[in-house]
Design a protein around this ligand. Structure first.
Ligand SMILES: C[C@](O)(CO)[C@H](O)COP(=O)(O)OP(=O)(O)OC[C@H]1O[C@@H](n2ccc(N)nc2=O)[C@H](O)[C@@H]1O
Ligand SMILES: Nc1ncnc2c1ncn2[C@@H]1O[C@H](COP(=O)(O)OP(=O)(O)OP(=O)(O)O)[C@@H](O)[C@H]1O
Length: 297
């Protein structure tokens, strides 16, 4: 979607990316899903969404997402799931401006789904609380609940047992190698280790930040390996989720920007701030405040 076409649409709803600051695969459930331990933090790099409520109950996506048919788009599925859960007869036209690479381990699709649930719960007046919204969120994807709750979190289970955490909020240099990684393929891989011992938050805070998917992704995706090798010159990189994106941590924004300018041209590089509170919650507060002003006048 071009800048011009977003003019006049009103304030967008942000769908921030997340980073997995560590990821341990500690078991496998009978349904094939994996038990994880991970730490989620948001970054201030976001997709942007706009919602126009419709009276006729139709859910339409007005912008295209490369390779994703309308009915499979996580925003459309999220809107339909909220209709089904609440019996709401309203519909919506959804526009989404993608900034986050797909299949990048930044959770862009999951975040778009969460933003749709949170925004429509407000705009449709369905009044579900955060727990109820998170229940609708989980079948859409293991990462959707953390985006609904909007707090950096220590996560267990398939990623749905969340405890909020206050972490340092450094600057991250994120590199998107020119490939996308299928989360499913990594979790199905015969060489993925699935027996890491469980650790505690304190272990992570004192430096245990391994990602168990890294060996499989490094071997299977040479562009990811190359991006990590490049980050080794600057102190080392980490993989987010199942990749393909990798990141390095900096205390100082200028330093992160300086390194990003030196990144090889074939790597998409950006610098973003770590956030313990999702900008989605601020946008929701703004919407609640403006709707109560209208109600009072
Ligand atoms: C790896 C993480 O990104 C860490 O944040 C997430 O756990 C993945 O979350 P997600 O992209 O929302 O994943 P989903 O859409 O639920 O699942 C995609 C596929 O990954 C596998 N999958 C996912 C999560 C999980 N805990 N175990 C799995 O085995 C399943 O094969 C599933 O079919
Ligand atoms: N609105 C959407 N935006 C992006 N992807 C979508 C969307 N709707 C459905 N999808 C599908 O979801 C897949 C995963 O997208 P996403 O951007 O969340 O990947 P990811 O960053 O690797 O996520 P994760 O870290 O959760 O594995 C895409 O490859 C695409 O097929």
């Amino acid at each position: 979607m071009t800048e011009r076409s977003t003019a006049g649409l009103g304030t967008p709803w942000p769908a921030p990316a997340k980073l997995n600051l560590m990821l341990r695969v500690v078991g496998r459930r009978p349904n094939g899903y994996h038990e994880l331990q991970t730490v989620f933090q948001f970054i201030d790099r976001c997709d942007r969404l706009w919602f126009d409520v419709r009276d006729d109950g139709r859910v339409r996506r007005l912008t295209s997402v490369s390779g994703v048919p309308e009915a499979e788009d996580l925003t459309v599925r999220a809107a339909r799931a909220l209709q089904e859960a609440t019996g709401c007869g309203l519909g919506v036209d959804i526009r989404c401006e993608k900034m986050l690479p797909m299949g990048g381990g930044l959770g862009g699709g999951s975040s778009d789904a969460a933003t749709t649930l949170v925004a429509l719960n407000q705009l449709w007046g369905t009044e579900l609380d955060e727990d109820a919204l998170s229940e609708i969120a989980l079948p859409l994807g293991a990462d959707v609940p953390v985006f609904v709750r909007g707090r950096a979190a220590w996560a267990e289970g398939v990623g749905e047992r969340l405890s909020p955490v206050e972490l340092p909020q450094p600057w991250y240099l994120v590199l998107a190698p020119p490939c996308s990684v299928s989360t499913r393929d990594v979790f199905c891989h015969p060489e993925l280790t699935r027996d890491s011992v469980c650790i505690k938050l304190e272990d992570f805070l004192s430096g245990n930040a391994v990602n168990d998917c890294l060996p499989v992704v490094r071997r299977g995706y040479p562009p990811v390996e190359a991006a990590l090798a490049w980050l080794d010159h600057w102190g080392g990189g980490r993989l987010t989720g199942t990749g393909a994106c990798v990141f390095a941590v900096f205390d100082d924004r200028e330093r992160a920007l300086d390194v990003s300018r030196q990144a090889p041209a074939h790597l998409q590089a950006f610098v973003a701030r770590g956030l313990n509170r999702s900008p989605l919650l601020d946008r929701l507060d703004q919407e609640v405040a403006s709707s109560s002003l209208v109600a009072d006048s």
